[in-house]
Design a protein around this ligand. Structure first.
Ligand code: 5GP
Length: 178
């Protein structure tokens, strides 16, 4: 079993790059079938989804645009605490088929925030793709149309995902060991 150290943690390899690549190819093929004839805007959520989005989009054959969104957290002036706001949503989404591209869906709070704000632009349809999904901790009911891998509730790094900013460059996905 291949292990790596990132700062104070040890991670073991859990999904090989070859498995990731064939999953990305499968998802792209399904999208090419489902989205044929649509006017599509891919919205990739930074930072974590940059690698998945980059591999996915180059296999997409339908007419599309791609944009990147960053979620910034800031302390609100009222008592509600952390508020997340979308930065960079400047594409015209009205009447378009929007595909949200996420690296991982955990509780689903991020996805819920993104969905609610994208809905306000009145797209024709919104589809969601997540390379990784943790079904055991998902607390929302939004459908995730394209899931790469269902994984247990354990912390993972690699293929865009980080631990304290490190590990995004890794081609495989690694799971934390205790
Ligand atoms: P959610 O809002 O669904 O709870 O969490 C989504 C965000 O939390 C992801 O976009 C990602 O940034 C972070 N996240 C959740 N689980 C993991 C994980 O196992 N590893 C890493 N590196 N980030 C995670």
């Amino acid at each position: 079993m291949e292990t790596i150290a990132i700062q104070d943690k040890i991670f073991k390899r859990s999904i090989a790059a070859s498995e990731i690549q064939s999953m990305v190819t499968d998802i792209a093929a399904r999208m090419n079938y489902d989205l044929e004839g649509d006017d599509v805007v891919f919205v990739a959520i930074l930072n974590g989804a940059f690698m998945f989005a980059s591999d996915l989009i180059r296999k997409i054959k339908v007419n599309c645009r791609i944009t990147f969104l960053k979620l910034a957290s800031y302390q609100g002036s009222n008592s509600t605490g952390i508020i997340k706001q979308l930065i960079g949503l400047n594409e015209v989404l009205k009447d378009k088929t929007v595909v949200i591209v996420e690296d991982i869906v955990d509780t689903g709070i991020t996805l819920d925030t993104v969905l609610r704000q994208i809905e306000s632009f009145q797209p024709k349809e919104i589809k969601v793709a997540a390379l990784l999904f943790k079904p055991d901790v998902y607390t929302f009911s939004h459908r995730i149309d394209y899931v790469g891998f269902n994984i247990p509730n354990e912390f993972v790094v690699g293929y865009g995902l980080d631990y304290n900013g490190y590990g995004r460059n890794l081609e495989h996905i690694y799971t934390i060991t205790d």
